[in-house]
Ligand binder design. Sequence first.
Ligand code: IDP
Ligand code: MG
Length: 149
Amino acid sequence: MDQTFLMIKPDGVQRGLIGEIVSRFEKKGLKLVAAKFEVLPEERVMQHYAEHKNKPFFPGLKSYIMSGPCFLMVWEGKNVVAITRSMIGATNPAEALPGTIRGDLGVEIGMNVIHGSDSNETAKREISIHFKDDEITSYERVDEKYIYE
Ligand code: IDP
Ligand code: MG
């Protein structure tokens, strides 16, 4: 099964949106296989956002992402990367469609509530930055036979 790395950012945590966001993925039929709650250490922020380290917005992004605890998760499901990216919506919440997490819950690009991996390769890389193999569980959800054909 495919896996992805999703993370509720400090604004989502501070605004009390963890339950709302987790609930959307649960109801979709995706499976939570790992989670932790922490302030990201600088070293992992640098690895996670390596592709953006020379962008003008990077200093602001780094201080935002380290400004409080994040809720880090690994979710599993068929096509989970594409499904969760579409549920999350466009990077800028002002452009994200209603019905998406960013479209419903955010206003500005610098406070866009949640991170989601953008490809299977990125997902593997990001999961390995934030989780050890033995922190990821494997189990059957009882409703799986009514989710997958
Ligand atoms: P994504 O989160 O939708 O994949 P990316 O382009 O990978 O978007 O950017 C990573 C994160 O960097 C965004 O989610 C957002 O928090 C931040 N970011 C991207 N572009 C800007 C910007 O122009 N201003 C401020 N923050 C930005
Ligand atoms: Mg990205």
